[in-house]
Design a protein around this ligand. Structure first.
Ligand code: GRG
Length: 288
């Protein structure tokens, strides 16, 4: 991770955590169990890449002030919701997430399902408070049948089956890219970005999002469990649709590299793009 990216993450992570803390009911608020479960999963050391993406796009598109922070945190809540549900026994049945027992291992399955549901409801309440209908639509679309849910359905259906590159791209662009795209577009919409900038940043987010998931696939085989903070080898165990399975490890790495190049090239040359270049380079080189 280069200095600019480290500096940006160090600057914004605590601000995001403060906002999340203000936005999510305290553990002492009844019913206490659900608020404990929501907080357990939200405050356990995620990288916060999606809210940082929303904030940086907002600033890149000349947005000013604090209005981006609640919607950016709403996206992090949606992301956490998807992780909680993804880890459930009915889905990936994972026991470790962010180096801690998964939500259902601590609170039981029913509360984990409800913690995800409650994070989703809270996220949309926060998005609605912005008064901007377009951002509500962006996030809703990203998690629906043409986004996370759709990607997850095909992901589950393809377990144990032969897959080709097109199918795995279909899955990954919905399961992972969609929320990166929504993060970028929420930042652009709230900053009032013009069509050219919105298109450019959408392309950027689509490509880095897909590369992010390909690297996730690769790390599931070659990564370090401690650094990753989650079980590795689970894709292989479940015979999941991954890029290494579809095209082989070498080609998967090449595709990820190409996507990073494409992402960088989609940005307009007449703007300051260093942060987005650093983020793209980090994604291709990430170890967790
Ligand atoms: C609940 C919205 C919703 C959908 C249900 C469960 C599901 C359908 C979809 C799964 C989506 C999913 C978990 C995709 C994986 C995306 C991914 C690479 C997650 C890891 O993101 P990081 O590395 O995690 O940013 P941290 O822990 O750093 O936040």
């Amino acid at each position: 991770m280069d200095k600019l990216l480290t500096h940006t993450i160090e600057k914004y992570k605590p601000i995001i955590i403060d906002w999340l803390d203000k936005l999510i009911p305290g553990e002492e608020v009844a019913p206490t169990t659900i608020h404990k479960a929501m907080r357990y999963s939200v405050f356990n050391g995620g990288k916060r890449i999606r809210p940082i993406m929303a904030i940086k796009v907002f600033q890149w598109a000349s947005g000013e002030g604090d209005i981006i922070f609640p919607p950016a945190c709403a996206i992090e809540m949606i992301h956490t919701y998807s992780l909680i549900h993804d880890d459930l026994p009915a889905m990936d049945n994972d026991t470790i997430r962010r180096n801690k027992p998964t939500c259902h291992r601590v609170f039981g399955e029913a509360i984990a399902i409800l913690a995800g549901d409650a994070l989703c409801a809270l996220a949309f309440e926060i998005l609605a408070k912005s008064g901007n209908i377009e951002i509500i639509q962006e996030v809703a679309r990203a998690i629906g049948t043409d986004g996370l849910v759709g990607g997850q359905v095909v992901d589950i259906e393809m377990e144990g089956k032969d897959i080709d590159e097109r199918t795995v791209e279909f899955i990954h662009s919905r399961k992972t890219s969609a929320l990166f795209v929504a993060s970028a577009r929420v930042g652009a919409i709230l900053a009032g970005a013009d069509e050219k900038m919105s298109k450019a940043i959408t392309n950027y987010a689509q490509n880095v999002g897909l590369a992010f998931q390909i690297i996730d696939d690769i790390l599931d085989t070659l990564g370090d469990q401690k650094k990753l903070g989650k079980d590795i080898g689970s894709d292989l165990e479940l015979d999941k649709a991954t890029y290494p399975k579809a095209v082989g490890m070498k080609k998967a790495k090449e595709i990820a590299k190409d996507l990073i190049k494409k992402a960088k090239n989609s940005l307009p040359k007449d703007r300051e793009n260093r942060f987005f270049h650093s983020l793209a380079d980090y994604i291709i080189g990430r170890t967790h």
